[in-house]
Design a protein around this ligand. Structure first.
Ligand code: ZN
Length: 538
């Protein structure tokens, strides 16, 4: 099992939160960057066992135990590697891969495929600059590709005749077939790509594994890709990733666009961290690969309904990959344009604005719920609530999941249920000033009902006004007088809460995470308002 596909163990590490797995055995508390608990590997009363979610490691400062999610399960449950992997795969909802070690034959075979494909790319590159490739060259230049870009991305042209089948006659036919470059027909071998503009598809190590061919005569489909081969799995390959990897690290995020030309233009015009899935459908494997590089992802889709749908799908897939340090956003290019057109017509600055304006996932999901259901009706609200619940349930980080629940609870309360209050026509409560009338009323109460003034002395002292002196008689009995002071106290309290809330909003705008505090404050404001309303209507 030692040779178990590294992709699979990486996949487990990417999908599962080490904090979740460790928490099943050891209660953890977050302090600073790390989570802390009492070490399960030695006897201790004060926590010296730390878990780092981002790095996926645990370390005990007491006994020196150290490892990742897999070794934690092996050591804490005293099981072997295979059992640990099987258990974790079940927790991640993944099927165990059939493990087959690569034989020397297979390694040699793969090497020969790489060579064939690389040679084919060279043939295509050469053909682009020959006479019968002129229309392809003209097209790619019109799309804004400089010669440097054509060279870097190794763009080429596959002519109408069967150039590969005819040129690569010395290569074993089975090998040619295995690369997906040729097919075998009734009259012998023929090329899969004919009269196509050729975009090589690279693996993460920068080797060409397949091609994407664009039709040049307007025929559909616009793009055909090499069908899956031993070297190439469409669902697991992200276009442009090999070029973007370092930039993703530097920019601390990736940008995902819909098409490969968009990806290339973005990479060459100020957004080197851009990639694209092959074909429109984003898969879990794509996200998993990206998350391994960086968990901050900005999706940039066309503003049309297909783009909206793709974004909703991306959001759905993203949920199980969310961690507290993930910054996932959605940007839309409006007006029937794509990033390539925006860059060409309005430049990098306009594109930057679109990326900067991207909506955070928490808001995007909320917008989806509001757009997808009629939230002005109880039934619609119920559907929307269920929709949100179902999405949130996919978040594996327990703390993060409960934060999402609180956030949406508060939004449901403040946005969906607000109309009920308006309907009851509750009077708006003005925040109090200590004006002359209030002051005179308080002086009257202090003189006439000193026991009430005594009871609320602490509060009255906070008003910082002089309550000595004489005022005209008022029509205020003892009950009304007490009610007056209690309502004033509530109003003052509300005033204070609103000031605190404003301060928190300023903090939030400057990037602090104070969402929980705001929610807590909103609850207090709500409660105080309710008390005040009750008091006034009594
Ligand atoms: Zn220890």
């Amino acid at each position: 099992m030692a040779g178990l596909d590294r992709n699979f163990t990486d996949e487990l590490r990417a999908r599962l939160s080490i904090v979740d797995i460790v928490s099943r055995r050891v209660p953890l508390v977050k302090k600073g960057q790390n989570y802390w608990g009492c070490c399960p590997f030695h006897n201790e009363k004060t926590p010296s066992f730390s878990v780092n979610e981002d790095k996926g490691f645990y370390h005990c400062f007491g006994c020196g135990e150290h490892g990742d999610i897999i070794s934690f399960v092996m050591k804490s449950e005293n099981v072997d590697f295979k059992t640990a992997i099987t258990e974790l795969a079940a927790a991640a909802g993944l099927k165990m891969p059939d493990y087959k070690p690569k034989s020397p034959d297979q390694v040699a075979r793969e090497e020969s495929y790489f060579e064939i494909i690389n040679n084919a790319a060279q043939v295509y590159q050469k053909k682009l600059f020959e006479e019968n490739g002129a229309h392809a060259l003209e097209y790619i230049r019109r799309r804004g590709f400089s010669d440097d870009m054509i060279k870097k991305y190794r763009i080429g042209y596959a002519p109408k005749n069967n150039i590969i089948a005819n040129t690569f006659v010395n290569i074993k036919q089975d090998n040619l077939l295995a690369t997906g470059l040729c097919r075998r027909g009734e009259y012998g071998m023929y090329d899969f790509f004919r009269d196509k503009l050729m975009f090589p598809i690279f693996n993460a190590r920068g080797q060409i594994v397949a091609f994407s061919g664009r039709s040049l005569d307007g025929s559909e489909p616009k793009y055909i890709n090499t069908t899956d081969t031993e070297l190439f799995h469409k669902r697991r390959t992200i276009f442009g990733f090999n070029f973007a990897r370092d930039a993703i690290h530097r920019a601390n995020r990736s940008i995902v666009v819909e098409g490969q030309i968009d990806a290339i233009q973005m990479q060459c015009n100020g957004f080197p961290e851009t990639v694209a899935p092959l074909g429109t459908a984003l898969t879990e494997d794509h996200i998993s690969l990206l998350c391994k590089a960086n968990r901050n992802i900005t999706f940039c889709f066309d503003g049309d309904s297909a783009g909206q749908k793709a974004a909703a799908r991306a959001c759905d897939i993203m949920m199980s990959f969310l961690r507290d340090a993930s910054d996932v956003r959605f940007a839309f290019v409006s007006g029937g344009k794509d990033p390539d057109e925006v860059l060409k017509t309005s430049g990098t600055v306009a594109m930057k604005k679109i990326i900067d304006d991207a909506v955070p996932l928490v808001d995007f999901l909320w917008n989806l719920a509001n757009a997808g259901f009629t939230v002005s009706t109880p039934n619609g609200r119920t559907q929307a609530e269920k929709f949100l619940k179902q999405k949130i349930a996919k978040i594996t980080d327990v703390t993060l999941r409960s934060e999402y629940e609180h956030e949406y609870d508060s939004r449901m309360f403040n946005e969906w249920h607000k109309w009920k209050k308006n309907k009851n026509n509750v009077p708006k409560i003005e925040l109090p000033q200590i004006d002359a009338i209030t002051k005179n009323t308080l002086i009257f109460i202090t003189n006439k009902y000193p026991e009430i003034a005594e009871q609320y002395a602490d509060f009255l002292a906070t008003l910082n006004i002089d309550l000595d002196g004489d005022v005209a008689d008022m029509n205020l009995d003892k009950t009304a007088a007490e009610k007056y002071i209690v309502s004033l106290k509530l109003q003052k309290y509300l005033e204070k809460l609103h000031i605190q809330r404003k301060e928190l909003v300023v903090k939030k705008l400057s990037g602090d995470n104070v969402d929980t505090d705001i929610i807590a404050l909103d609850t207090k404001i709500h409660d105080a308002n309710e008390k005040l309303e009750k008091l006034i209507s009594m």
